[in-house]
Design a protein around this ligand. Structure first.
Ligand SMILES: [Fe+2]
Ligand SMILES: [Fe+2]
Length: 268
């Protein structure tokens, strides 16, 4: 990274189509950033959509096969495939937030946090992709859906909205559903897959915490009340009410209190 800056590197990662190369390049850049913290962030223009491999084909969510865990490895492979796809999106989302908002005069620690998240997302993707191969499958073997990137495109022009939706709605939702997946994988005696999800779960608590921290930091800078602002942004940018049950304990560990999200549950 000696001649480049962080946002240019982020764009290079976003424009890498191969999933494995994208993840590995991200990890390399993250190491360089950690070891050489004097590099500048600079300015760059991220692509509207990140480059992606030819497979998996992207389909509307309802056309993606269900991921039920049964006696064979097929259901588990479908689950891990769906999760790998989410993690690859998360890799792109982390580099996108780094490259997209460089006009906002954000502290260096903002970039430290998101580079660490990008690195962890790449690790999550690579762990899941390797596990898929152990199960006789691979990332790209099944169709996947495009909902995650669509959610982020809506917030391309607004960092506060991006933080409100991506870490504080979507990644927080991951905290709600992951413990049950771990339980099912253990019930199917797939300890290796369960261990990967446990790693992901613990690190995702940190991602929600970072999202919440910078959301509140920006609210303070703009003299906004964080809870009201978050609820207004979720109502505007997120389609549909939030889905209980929530993992209040996991969310609490991320410093994300129920007073944010409980009022947005649809009346039964
Ligand atoms: Fe992740
Ligand atoms: Fe994450």
């Amino acid at each position: 990274m000696s001649h480049a800056n962080l946002s240019a590197e982020a764009v290079r990662i976003l424009e890498t189509a191969s999933a494995e190369k994208k993840a590995k390049l991200g990890r390399t850049v993250a190491t360089q950033w950690r070891e050489s913290p004097w590099h500048s962030v600079g300015h760059a223009i991220p692509p509207q959509r990140p480059a992606r491999p030819d497979s998996p084909v992207l389909r509307p969510p309802r056309d993606v096969p269900r991921r039920k865990i049964g006696p064979g490895s097929e259901g588990r492979a479908a689950l891990l495939h769906a999760l790998a796809h989410i993690e690859l999106n998360a890799v792109d989302l982390a580099w996108d937030i780094i490259a997209r908002f460089t006009d906002q005069e954000l502290p260096h620690t903002f970039y430290d946090d998101w580079v660490r998240i990008a690195d962890e997302e790449a690790k999550h993707f690579l762990l899941l992709a390797a596990r898929l191969e152990e199960l006789g499958s691979y990332y790209g073997a099944l169709p996947a859906h495009d909902g995650l990137w669509q959610a982020s495109e809506a917030t391309s022009g607004d960092l506060l909205a991006r933080l409100a939706i991506v870490p504080m709605v979507l990644e927080a939702r991951g905290l709600d559903v992951t413990p049950e997946m771990i339980r099912k994988l253990k019930a199917a005696e797939d300890e290796a897959s369960a261990a990967i999800l446990e790693t992901i779960y613990e690190e995702e608590i940190g991602h929600v915490a970072v999202g919440r921290k910078w959301f509140e930091w920006l609210c303070e800078r703009q003299r906004l009340q964080p809870v009201d602002t978050w609820q207004a942004l979720v109502n505007r940018y997120f389609r549909g009410p939030l889905k209980p049950p929530f993992n209040n304990e996991g969310r609490e560990m991320a410093g994300f209190p129920a007073c944010y999200y409980e009022p947005l549950v649809s009346p039964a």
